[in-house]
Design a protein around this ligand. Sequence first.
Ligand code: GDP
Length: 424
Amino acid sequence: MVKAVVGANWGDEGKGKITDMLSKEADIIVRFQGGANAGHTIVNDYGKFALHTLPSGVFYDHTTSIIGNGVALNIPVLFNEIKEIVDRDVPMPKILVSDRAQLVMPYHILFDEYEEERLAGKSFGSTKSGIAPFYSDKYAKIGFQVNELFDKEALKEKLERVVVQKNVMLEHLYHKPALNVDELFETMMEYRDMVAPYVCDVSAFLYQAIKEDKNILLEGQLGSLKDPDHGIYPMVTSSSTLAAYGAIGAGIPPYEIKKIVTVVKAYSSAVGAGAFVSEIFGEEADELRRRGGDGGEYGATTGRPRRMGWFDCVASKYGCRIQGTTDVAFTVLDVLGYLDEIPVCVGYEVDGEVTTDFPTTGKLENAKPVLKILPGWKSDIRGITKYEDLPENCRKYIEFIEEQIGFPITMISNGPGRNEIIFR
Ligand code: GDP
């Protein structure tokens, strides 16, 4: 069976933890989109890890971890990550890399930096991992697939062609040093040697695995609101964050995805620019940020403080719907135990009217949150393993949100650890 684990919000919902937990029952875990621009934080028996490229299943020795064709593959980052976990005594994971995955080129990262610099105050808040230039090139058909590394002549010829175009931009738009084809080619050859042992026809591998009834997890990065089509365009990422794209980014039939576990966080956080209706500021935000996640709400890749807000029913209802949710995993609920009262955003006021439908970006910029105040439970819920044992106000919070978003909350995460989960 194929299951997807995806986010309903702006990312950082705790997908890493949920994937790591579900990986216990999985044979194969596949990353199908995105790149090293976001990170998953995972706490398990080996310690605490921030993964950017590796699937969150790498900590089990019974799983195969796959980088699908939809991923922006940064080979040095992948290899550093493998080294980092192996150096910390995690057994060498079984890894396969799609022969159709495309490479993040060193110049993608440069272009990302230069563009943010050029836009200055109007930037997107990119993590400068090269993701937007990478996907631009992919769809402009000047990207490089892993398999192209193995045809030296064709590679050299194509590199020469692409570099001409890049150098025009570097010289005339960014006023930066030109690229050198020979150096780039050498780097590509190093990449080839690094990736060679792992290259695989992933869609054929998965086709066989599905036939053999293996359990496959598709692991998404970021969340619905960062999807380039359905998110807060243009303050989005450059690849689809939706479960539906899992079929494409892994190379499997869409109808094989039977379960879509959408991870929803018990409060809101976001990184980068863009409208964020239920955002809070000042001391109120600082306290939630400090207490949030596992050791504070700071970016796993960048260390940037995340923007904080109350739970947003409008955004989450939409985020779950657009994912095609079958199950909601409701995470970091334990963090809210300090609050006397918990505000929840139940509607948006746009041009004098209240709506619970998530609007397009222009309207979103003008939306004001309609808040409902729920009573807090004022206690630590970590360690609780049965739904009935949660404090009454805590259950009421969960049930209120479930009703608002309209999708079943079947898992509740009450701590960062692998086993801190309540099934309902
Ligand atoms: P992802 O990108 O969706 O995987 O999310 P991140 O890893 O960026 O953020 C989730 C953070 O919350 C990580 O530091 C996790 O260890 C932590 N976390 C996940 N679930 C829980 C939970 O239920 N309670 C607490 N306190 N922390 C959690």
